[in-house]
Design a binder for this molecule. Sequence first.
Ligand code: UDP
Ligand code: MG
Length: 344
Amino acid sequence: MNANLKLLSESYSERFVLSVIVPMFNEHEVLPQCLERLDAVIKELNITTELIFVDDGSDDGSAEYLLAQASSSACIRIVRLSRNFGKESALTAGLDHANGAAVIILDADLQDPPELIPEMIKQWQSGVDVVLMQRRSRAGESWLKRNTAHLFYRLLQRTSNLKIPVDVGDFRLMSRRAVDALKLLPERNRFMKGLFAWVGMPTVVLKYDREPRAAGTTKWGYLSLMQLALEGIMSFSTSPLRWVMLLGVLAAFFGGSFGLLIIIKAIVFGDAVHGYPSLIAVITFLGGVQLLSIGIVGEYVGKTYIESKQRPNYLVRDVTKIPEVRKAEASGIAKTEAFYVKAS
Ligand code: UDP
Ligand code: MG
């Protein structure tokens, strides 16, 4: 058997102390740097680590690049999804494939510095289940993005009954217990930050400065960020429905008062009713309120529809292993389904 490889039996899952999940979508440019920095940190840590790259339908050769890399001190696994499912689904896939006793989620673009991993591990070892990484600052992001993000986190906290921490993204450590709890949540509309918060468990918050993207470009346009924001608010709260009801009450109140005013004016002052402009104003206002209300109710109905279809959150194309493993498999030393780790 290849000296570099150690066959692991069913106890595979107990072999890894740490799983690092990296969702990636067309991140070819940043991967060399990402691997290098992760590798340096993992070497220092000296605990058995698996790096799970979830390839979210990249078409720039990201997965192929990783496959060619065997120099890492960690076991690299690539979970290739059948197409681009979005970051939330990619994270779910990563969590489903992680075996570690602790799981860390990290963006491929190095905005979440891997050098913070040892500190996160230290906190976990002191007994907490969740280590949240809170952004003290966001470098390299536009004024508009920083401020809309700021607004979004506050709005989310206002609307939801859950305490979703502000300025905390997906960068975090979770214990096996927390990950297993998270896996119990089967919903299709997956707003991960909310789901993480729903799980709860003993938590500490560490602050860090978010770095600019190391290379490549962001995969989130303003439209998709807006969708994510709506998703976040609607998946964790029905308060927009209540706002709509309040709006209806207010509109009815103003409409009623206005009508009363016109009647009084006509009776007391004998004012002829010259109603055309006011009529148009009232009709368009009420029309707007009604459409808005139907839209919001419709969003919730749509979400129910999506949930009712019970489609899986993602489909896996294949789970790829490091080249030595593939070589071993090709030479018949190993079976495809067995798991290997590169002995250090
Ligand atoms: N990502 C993904 N699927 C997508 C979009 C993004 O897996 O559909 C990954 C991306 O490769 C990166 C992380 O999610 O590792 C964060 O994305 P990005 O840096 O583009 O977002 P930003 O940091 O600008 O919010
Ligand atoms: Mg980024």
